[in-house]
Write a protein that binds this ligand. Structure first.
Ligand code: HEM
Length: 405
């Protein structure tokens, strides 16, 4: 049998995709000592764990993965409690709220960032754009002070490091826990004040939301906002950097998108399939479960490799090729992420922000293409991705004719 590379090894961090293939083909269920979890990699297994039709999985693992940095979030809730919380928060991320209130916020924040470099002729789309844009959007949606965006950015970086700390570095853990205290000290007074002066922003919507007589406490709202920083910032940040690398490395597909912007949702769906920002998600087994390759006992942690499942040859033809025109994506010009890939998970915890993320990518990509008609990668660029838990391009240096030149 082929040697299966360790998910904590440097080779895996450099390029996990060959390892994913070995796992899918010859070791679809692995006991992993260091993370004390069973690793699954095939599309059918990851899909089954996420959908959880038989009620065999919980998200109790988030009690140690998320609680120390965020407090109790929607991801830790289950059953009716989760359904009510979902009903409280979800409307803010779709429909009229998204369309009327937040699209202008997205447009404004993207434009501000682009205006800062469009006259220069060069930029790094990671540091100058992607790592800033989604976090700024969330802070602005919540109605927080622009002057605090840098602070948000710092907290969000510490939270991401905590979540990706698979090897348990104590300094990273301590920094994550400090962030929780700092964020609470910042956010709780703002929430109390906002309850007294409701406005048109997301924070006011969360304060006022009521379903079946249930409302969120200050602590619930603070934990949700904290989760948004990571769940909505980090992920969309990596998706935007990746969609640019994928398109710039495939100039004919970039040209197609440039000519027809209604292809952006397809390019986004294919990017999420091919280079998913969240590469792995854990669950806890509530009962014994039969999966490809063996049995997982009750009470075990299961690591679902989204990055591996999304390249499963039993699900996608020619899975290692980036092709926004592939016919096994159902997305045409509309958006049906749930059917296309596992990057937003599936089932109860399916990403609440999927439509918001799509709006950010559509607007961001379109604005960048408009501002830079001859956008190209810097000469000699060699794409390097980093991250094991979440993953994305380290940098995307680009060149273009400066605006007004
Ligand atoms: C849930 C990925 C953007 C908010 C999830 C989950 C994944 C995911 C994989 C499921 C986690 C699990 O089941 O354990 C992504 C990706 C994004 C993205 C790849 C961008 C491309 C966003 C945005 C927001 C957001 C923009 C909001 C601002 C959430 C929330 C949940 C969630 C609140 C928890 C839902 C629940 O527990 O019911 N996301 N996300 N995400 N996401 Fe996203």
């Amino acid at each position: 049998a082929q040697q299966v590379p360790d998910i904590l090894s440097p080779e895996f961090a450099a390029d996990p995709y060959p390892a994913y293939r070995v796992m899918r083909e010859s070791a679809p269920l692995i006991w992993h000592e260091a993370t004390q979890s069973y690793i699954v990699s095939r599309y059918e297994d990851v899909e089954r764990v996420f959908k959880d039709k038989a009620g065999q999985f919980t998200t109790d693992n988030y009690d140690w993965q998320l609680e120390p940095v965020h407090g109790k979030t929607i991801l830790q809730l289950s059953g009716r409690e989760h359904a009510v919380r979902r009903a409280l928060v979800a409307p803010a991320f779709r429909g009229a709220d998204l369309q009327d209130k937040f699209l202008p916020v997205i447009e404004r924040n993207s434009r501000e960032l682009i205006d800062a470099f469009r006259h220069t002729g060069s930029a790094d789309l990671v540091t100058d754009y992607a790592t800033r844009f989604p976090v700024n959007v969330i802070a602005d949606m919540l109605g927080l002070d622009k002057a605090d965006h840098d602070r948000f950015h710092r907290w969000y970086t510490a939270v991401i490091a905590f979540l990706g700390n698979l090897s348990g570095d104590p300094e990273v853990t301590a920094a994550g826990e400090r962030t929780r205290a700092e964020f609470a000290a910042y956010m709780l007074p703002i929430i109390r004040e906002r309850r007294e002066n409701l406005g048109d922003d997301l924070l006011s919507t969360l304060c006022a939301a009521e379903v079946d007589g249930v409302r969120m406490s200050d602590e619930d709202i603070k934990a949700f906002c904290s989760l948004l920083l990571a769940a909505g910032g980090e992920t969309t940040d990596k998706a935007i950097a990746s969609i640019f690398v994928n398109l710039l490395m495939h100039p004919e597909q970039l040209a197609a998108v440039r000519a027809d912007r209604s292809l952006i949702p397809r390019a986004f769906a294919e990017t999420l399939r091919y280079t998913p920002p969240v590469q792995m998600i854990m669950r806890q087994s509530a009962t014994e479960v039969e999966l490809s390759g063996g049995t997982v006992p009750a009470g075990a942690t299961v690591t679902c490799l989204i990055g591996a499942a999304n390249r499963d040859g039993d699900r996608y033809r020619d899975p290692d090729r980036f092709d926004l025109f592939r016919d096994d994506l159902t997305t045409t010009t509309a958006f049906s992420a749930a059917a296309d890939h596992l990057a937003f998970a599936l089932g109860r915890h399916f990403c609440v922000g999927a439509l918001l993320a799509k709006a950010e990518v559509e607007i961001g990509v379109s604005q960048l293409l408009d501002a830079m008609p001859d956008l190209r990668l810097a000469e000699g660029y060699d794409p390097v991705e980093q991250g094991v838990f979440t993953r994305g391009p380290q940098s995307v240096p680009v060149r273009f004719t400066p605006a007004g030149a």
